[in-house]
Write a protein that binds this ligand. Structure first.
Ligand SMILES: Nc1ncnc2c1ncn2[C@@H]1O[C@H](COP(=O)(O)OP(=O)(O)O)[C@@H](O)[C@H]1O
Ligand SMILES: O=P(O)(O)OC[C@H](O)CO
Length: 496
């Protein structure tokens, strides 16, 4: 019947995955690309790497599966969110490297915006808090720092886009300047309640609206690829930011359903339905997906360091050679040592939002060794998730989260998932298909193409690999979590 090609353009690598007509993976291709750190706290990607890794992995995955353009029914795109690109509409050439979501260069701008009292208005309309994480201040930085850029922008000569939008522009040969509602929701320029670019916020940042892409539903017609790329014009039928795509891939369609993705960082989203909630606990309010013109909202907790703490044990401390070695080490750790690792390497995200905090380890004794450090690193992921779940529960009165659906590279760690269930006191469900991000993008495209089931049918296809149930005694759970809260309190740069 035909296959669906999912493009997952992530922070450290690009993946292309082919799904058959039964939503099963046929082949995968992946390419890592360089990260650029021009100054402390700055993170950039070369747009030509984003593009060439996308084109190369798409070709490679088709070759691996023995398929041609004619065999691909449609394309779905999912992407690292918030990252900003600015290019010339005539030449298609970017004016600068992409400024990546992790980049903190606009921290001072954000602080002065908060001091000037703009946060309540911006939060009420965009669902976000003022932080360098989001696109708006990064885009303003480009317009402020590239000679003549603002004038060219005003004259309609430039185009802004998040990664999805840039890829669609390239894939369609400049025929479409579009994005989807989930990516727009991360820019801090989009009014999520009214579903439109917010002219007042754009004016505040002096961002000419002429550079903004048109916003569409997640399953929609985003344009046709250039015929020379894959041998025929292929329609792009699905787009969603990667965490939203994972929410779809986990079939979290009902209010109260929550997923948490453990990659470099951790991003938990709880479906809040057609209701746009304003968090009282410093979570983000965002669009989970938009289908048939109707947005479905979510509360999101973003943690910057999850799997990256394991990478630090490997590459920074050189304590392990492979991420999986953390499990046997954690199993050997001395149960009597209360060692806490607060991985605030790039500040703390939700619910603390402390950009200046830095990592700390507490409770070291002469007996502390690699085993206790490894356990503390894995436990930090569980504790941070509990912080998010407590904030979600406090925001959603009367709504109890039944189970947590997990995915991402670190969800492969049984020890970490068991600790997560223990510290949450709730079951943790790991699905059979852990490529949930790509699956979400593929489902959008395949549904639009008419070969994949609707929401209800897709939700029925979700299959459990393993459920982790809480085994820890409640008094131990409470004592351990109290120790974590104390460690965070001592680490914070500013009092919450
Ligand atoms: N068995 C494991 N135990 C602990 N951490 C793991 C394990 N396998 C992978 N990880 C962590 O998961 C992360 C990779 O997950 P992935 O979803 O590929 O991340 P991303 O998409 O953010 O690059 C790495 O940070 C790695 O340290
Ligand atoms: O590329 P990832 O998987 O690290 O995800 C990045 C997020 O979208 C940032 O908000």
């Amino acid at each position: 019947m035909g296959s669906i090609l999912a493009i997952d353009q992530g922070t450290t690598s690009t993946r292309a995955i082919l799904f058959d007509d039964r939503m099963q993976i046929q082949a995968v291709a992946q390419e890592e690309f360089p990260q650029h750190f021009p100054r402390s706290g700055w993170v950039e990607h070369d747009p030509s790497d984003i593009w060439s890794s996308t084109a190369a992995t798409c070709r490679a995955v088709m070759e691996r599966a023995g398929l041609r353009g004619d065999d691909i029914l449609a394309i779905g795109i999912t992407n690292q969110r918030e990252t900003v690109l600015l290019w010339d509409r005539d030449t298609g050439q970017p004016l600068h490297n992409a400024i990546v979501w992790q980049d903190r260069r606009t921290a001072a701008t954000c602080a002065s915006l908060r001091e000037a009292g703009h946060e309540p208005m911006i939060s009420a309309r965009t669902g976000l808090i003022i932080d360098p994480y989001f696109s708006a201040t990064k885009l303003a930085w480009l317009l402020d720092n590239i000679d003549g850029a603002r004038d060219r922008a005003r004259a309609g000569r430039l185009a802004f886009g998040t990664v999805d939008s840039f890829l669609i522009w390239r894939l369609t040969g400049g025929r479409a300047h579009v994005t989807d509602a989930t990516n727009a929701a991360r820019t801090m320029l989009y009014n999520i309640a009214e579903g439109r670019w917010d002219e007042e916020i754009c004016a505040l940042f002096d961002i000419p609206t002429a550079i903004l892409p048109e916003v569409r539903d997640c399953a929609s017609d985003f344009g046709l690829t250039r015929a020379d790329l894959f041998g025929r014009e292929i329609p792009i039928f699905g787009v969603a930011g990667d965490q939203q795509a994972a929410t779809l891939g986990q079939a979290c369609f009902q209010p109260g359903m929550v997923k948490s993705t453990y990659g470099t960082g951790c991003f938990a989203l709880v479906n809040t339905g057609t209701q746009h909630l304003t968090s009282r606990n410093r979570l983000l309010s965002t669009i989970a997906y938009q289908l048939d013109g109707t947005p479905c909202y979510a509360l999101e907790g973003s943690i910057f360091i999850a799997g990256a703490v394991v990478q630090w044990l490997r590459d920074g401390l050189r304590m392990i050679r492979d991420a999986a070695e953390t499990q046997p080490l954690a199993e050997q750790a001395d149960p009597h040592q209360a060692v806490y690792l607060v991985p605030a390497f790039t500040g703390l995200g939700a619910p603390y939002w402390d950009a200046e905090a830095r990592g700390a380890i507490y409770g070291l004794t002469r007996a502390t060794g690699p085993a206790e450090l490894a356990r503390a690193a894995l436990e930090s992921v569980g504790y941070q998730t509990r912080d998010l779940m407590e904030a979600m529960a406090a925001d959603m009165e009367g709504l109890t989260v039944a189970t947590l659906r997990v995915d991402g590279g670190m969800s492969a760690s049984d020890w970490t998932m068991q600790f997560l269930a223990d510290i949450l006191g709730a079951p943790v469900d790991r699905p059979q298909l852990r490529e949930t991000t790509a699956l979400g993008a593929a489902w959008l495209a395949g549904m639009r193409a008419g070969i994949y089931p609707d929401k209800e049918g897709f939700a029925r296809a979700w299959a459990l690999d393993r459920q982790f149930t809480p085994q820890m005694a409640p008094e131990i759970r409470d004592a351990k979590y109290a120790g974590w809260k104390d460690a965070v309190r001592r680490t914070l740069h500013q009092t919450p």
